[in-house]
Design a protein. Structure first.
Ligand SMILES: Cc1ncc(COP(=O)(O)O)c(C=O)c1O
Length: 344
């Protein structure tokens, strides 16, 4: 080797440096996520997660500077529930409840059904979902588009035997080859958020987290992420945004928000992880969802509106240093029939 020539190892390192520079340049020019490391995925499930944190620029007051929203609508099925679809199926397979070619059955507000249906397509399962009739028709159409069978039942309290969770369990028992997924009791639900959503937030902020704000349906998100962040730094505040009418802030009454709020305490919700709850009304949440679309270009659902409102309040109140992270669970495309319905 002549003096001044590069060894193979040195040449490789120079090439990698140039590649990194080009990728950074492409990222800044595109204004988007830029060139990703791995561009060919084995299947759609491979691109779930890794969602971005985004600053707010218009809604709220100056406190918005502390808020970062995590855009779960970017998942291929359009919501945070893509993350648990595969995990629920894997845990049913591992316990022997789900056999090859079988049928996944679940009670869902829609997004878990979409996440499960997507995974079922890839893994060769059939899917059947039971949905309360208050949920948007858009989500029902989406589940059907993935080939799922959807049963819509009256939205009655959990103590009623006709509640969607009981109907789904009965269907699973009476359908040959079927397995009930059980997002409200399966530990794989919060565990998935402990393993993926939590570490993404910690790593993307270099641990600069003051508070974490999420809604709770099953409680999987807030419990899994909350546990992870508290394991990293016990001072991080974990705050639940809750619809007025849900049991977590009580008293129980009907509400229109979908995917968040309950009339009982699911097994997957670890109440000890939640430091406090903030109650938000349906109309305020829907107004904020429409503002996020029109003023921030973030097309998200009503629960995202509720969570963003709570996060702005927390950003004003918390003495902790760092960012206030708000989960925006799903896409506004799920709500064209209600929140974003315009007469045309
Ligand atoms: C639309 C929607 N999907 C999913 C979730 C996540 O709920 P969990 O992980 O508690 O089931 C929420 C919570 O706000 C939500 O609003």
């Amino acid at each position: 080797m002549q003096q001044g020539e590069l060894s193979m190892a040195e040449a490789g390192s120079v090439v990698r440096k140039i590649e990194r520079k080009l990728q950074a340049k492409a990222r800044s020019e595109k204004g988007g996520r830029g060139v990703r490391e791995k561009r060919i995925a084995d299947n759609v499930l491979d691109v779930i997660g890794g969602t971005p944190l985004i600053r707010l620029n218009r809604v709220g007051g100056p406190e918005r500077e502390r808020v970062l929203v995590k855009l779960e609508a970017i998942n291929p099925g359009g919501s945070i529930k893509d993350r648990i679809g595969l995990a629920l199926i894997r845990s049913a397979e591992a316990s022997g409840r789900l056999k090859p070619g079988g049928t996944v059955v679940e009670a869902t507000a829609g997004n878990t059904g979409i996440g499960l249906a997507q995974a079922a397509c890839v893994l060769g399962y059939h899917s059947i979902f039971v949905v309360p009739d208050k949920m948007s028709v858009d989500k029902i159409r989406l589940m059907q588009a993935y080939g799922a069978t959807v049963h819509v039942v009256p939205d009655v309290p959990r103590i009623d035997p006709n509640n969607y969770q009981h109907v789904a369990r009965q269907l699973a028992n009476s359908t040959p080859g079927a397995a009930y997924m059980g997002q409200f009791e399966e530990e794989s639900n919060p565990e998935t958020h402990y393993r993926t959503t939590g570490p993404e937030i910690w790593s993307d902020t270099d641990g600069q987290v003051a508070a974490f704000v999420a809604g709770a349906g099953t409680g999987g998100t807030i419990s899994g992420v909350g546990r992870y962040l508290k394991d990293c730094n016990p001072h991080i505040e974990i705050i639940g945004a809750d619809p007025i009418g849900s049991i977590f802030t009580g008293p129980v009454a009907p509400f229109r928000l979908e995917g968040m709020g309950e009339d009982y305490y699911p097994k997957t919700l670890d109440v000890d992880v939640v430091d406090r709850w903030i109650a938000v009304g349906d109309d305020d949440a829907f107004d904020m969802a429409r503002r996020l679309a029109r003023e921030e270009g973030l097309l998200v659902g009503g629960s995202s509106g509720a969570i963003a409102l709570a996060a702005l309040q927390v950003a004003k109140e918390t003495a902790n240093p760092g960012y206030v992270i708000a989960i925006l669970p799903d896409s506004g495309r799920n709500y064209f029939s209600n929140i974003f319905r315009e007469e045309i």
